[in-house]
Design a protein around this ligand. Sequence first.
Ligand code: NAP
Length: 274
Amino acid sequence: MFESGPRIFALFGNPVGHSLSPLMHNTAYCEMQINASYVPFCVRNLEEAVRGIRGLGIKGVSVTIPFKSEVGKHLDGLEESSDRIGAVNTIVNEGGRLRGYNTDWIGFVRDLKEFMPVQGKTFGVLGAGGAARAILFGVLSEGGNPVVLNRTAAKGEALAKEFGCSFLPLSEIGVLKADCIVNTASVGMAPQKENSPLEERALGKFPCVVDIIYNPLETKLLKDARKAGCRTRSGLGMFVHQGAEQIRLWTGTEPPVETMRRVVRERLEENARN
Ligand code: NAP
């Protein structure tokens, strides 16, 4: 049977209206001269949406909030890291068999290694939600030493135990010696730009602070950290690298990472001005 028309890739989430993934992916396919279209779907019924991947011959899907931990059970198999993290952000349609991957941890590690060495360094990972799981997996896989910091002790302790690392209540951050703090909580994300999970006075002793939020590009946490003399990194690079890895999985071709970074950055700067 002949295939005609563009290859279709999709985003499944709810909501998806503000996602920058369509802009980033479609710009990449255009530059790569791949006849493909990346379409956002606001999913109401996940199981039926997954069935639609097979029915419509969609080649690959990005999965976002609130479906990352739920979607795995509807797939035919999981790649090892997504199984361990307990979240799927990427589906690959391998000839009708749907396989779940996690590229968030890869995106995080690629960007982190551009920013600082990881091996043997200590990372205070703030939060104990789905994103924290990907960050812990990434830090551990690169030989780093993560310490979970969480407001609710029981949740943080359970996560640290699962990943075989240590735990400290967030309120005791004063005693932590770490090379870097990584914020994985969504506190400070637009539109709540004035919020931060940490007080400014807690930051100065850490050489580096990473916030995996990318909207805004500089969160209040990063602003405070910069003022306190820390080196800072936003979630933009993680976002771009997790998308780039999806493109590699779906097309087997190297994506234009710098173009992807530029279009997302420009759109975020434009949004911040308006
Ligand atoms: P989440 O559900 O918002 O995070 C939950 C954790 O944040 C919980 O452990 C919670 O602590 C903690 N938390 C919430 N409010 C807090 C506060 N005021 N002070 C201290 N801790 C607080 O986050 P998620 O779903 O894991 O991750 C979502 C975030 O990751 C979003 O910001 C998203 O944009 C970002 N992300 C970025 C990328 C990227 O490519 N850059 C990729 C994936 C995700 P308790 O346990 O005490 O409630």
